[in-house]
Design a protein around this ligand. Sequence first.
Ligand code: SF4
Length: 537
Amino acid sequence: MKKLRISFNSIVPAESPVHLLAFRQLKSYLDFQGAGSSLDISFNLFLADQHPRDMARHIRDQGPDMAAFSVYTWNAVCIRTVCGMLKEEIPGVSAVLGGPYATGMARELMADGSVDFIVKGAGEAVFHRFLEEYGAGGSRFENVPGLLYRRNGEVFENAEDGVFDVGVQDYPLDVKEGDSELFYYETSRGCPFKCRYCSWSTSERVIRFYPREKIRRDLEAIFELRHVKYLGLCDSDLFINREHGLWVTGCINRLNRERKRKGWPEVNLSLEINPEFLDDEIIDALLELPMGANIVSFGLQTVDEKVHRDHLDRRFHKEAYTRNIKRLYEKAARKGLGEKVGRTTFVEIIHGLPGDSYQGFRRTVDYIFSELGMTNFISYRFQLLPGSYFWDHARDYDLVCREEPPYLLVSSDTFSEDDLERAERLVFFMYLFSRVFRAIANYVGRNVAEGRLEVYEKIIDHLSRSYPEVMAELAKHYHPSHEDEAIIRMLKYRTDKDFMELKYKIVREAREIVKEHLRQAGKSENGGPRPRSRREP
Ligand code: SF4
């Protein structure tokens, strides 16, 4: 019997060339269900900056019957273009889309004649059922829950069939495909929360954990891949269930000890954690993780509790958030890991949040620098994600967004276009202080106890007025979400001799601004009250 030829196409950011987890899972699930023997599956890895025509031709040369894509806001435009070109290259091919964007925009995508099927929600079971019907001629697609298909030119959409329970899935993950240093994995799926900006906010608020035996087996297989150096955990938050999180980090620490014994590099983690979940035991487990290039991001979005409560439908307890981050840094410092932890943890915020304002955004930045004492943060411009609460309620907030994905905010009832520009300017300069002019951030951190943003704003004004060309040049190399790339490009400036001299000059001038600020506030350089001069009364 002729096998059905399927190509799984991961179109990923250029700086992160790694297969999407969804396709590994699909293939593993199909193999486990015994469907693999009738399928001939090939994996393609494309970088989002490749030309869509090259992608379409590469797929064409493999001669597939079906081409599948996992769609996110950032690759949606590219995938639609590739699907259109694919139809020109191989008219009979079936284009199948899945993933979060395809789920939220299913009807709109099907209106495009180059898309044949959409698999909504968790893909494994739906895709398996879909393939069974596809192989049988496609006369009973109405029996596949969560499928959109076209018949006689009309689009049909089948209702989804509840949550795919990963808690009973025992299929071993196929880890063979690819040789990237980064490997994506998840130990749970779903989220019990409903943050209104998130595309999961309108889905069922359920989190399910994979069976421990499966996780242990999968992790062992991944850690047997010598080329893997980073494990990107896709869980919404590993410590939503502390026992689960501790068990997983315990597994990872054990497997890393085995790698060390073999003389292999340890595997670093990249994960998101809500600091409110941290306690002493979790902190100890985190500090045991290798500290080479872990990236732990703390979602904050805004420091305004009212915005969280009234607009984002998100629980946020500032006191617990602040206390636990400080506790992490104190423990790290006691273990001699302060600098490493400081370098590899950062806060994520959003500018342009519905209900927030530019002044609110300033307070958030000041909170990070003044109260948390951190300098690493990333701020994303608000995006209107299909499938999110705000997508359905954009009018309530006068949300005006770009028409193309990723639907970046242009203005809202509380954030004007000017406000967004000001916010982005502030983010850029704060990025410079944390990455390029670290000496300034260190000096401010040592000498200004509170209201640090006000001091930074004075320095920003000075830099903008005195060095407009240098700042414009640095801005050209800056990209907020491609952090490593941006740093590498900026570091070239740091090693340039002329720039080093200029940098020292800028740092000296910034220090004078800080001193003047302290003088005006009646403070000494270490933040305490300024000692009276003998001549003062
Ligand atoms: S933003 Fe994170 S915590 Fe909030 S609903 Fe989405 S996954 Fe859950």
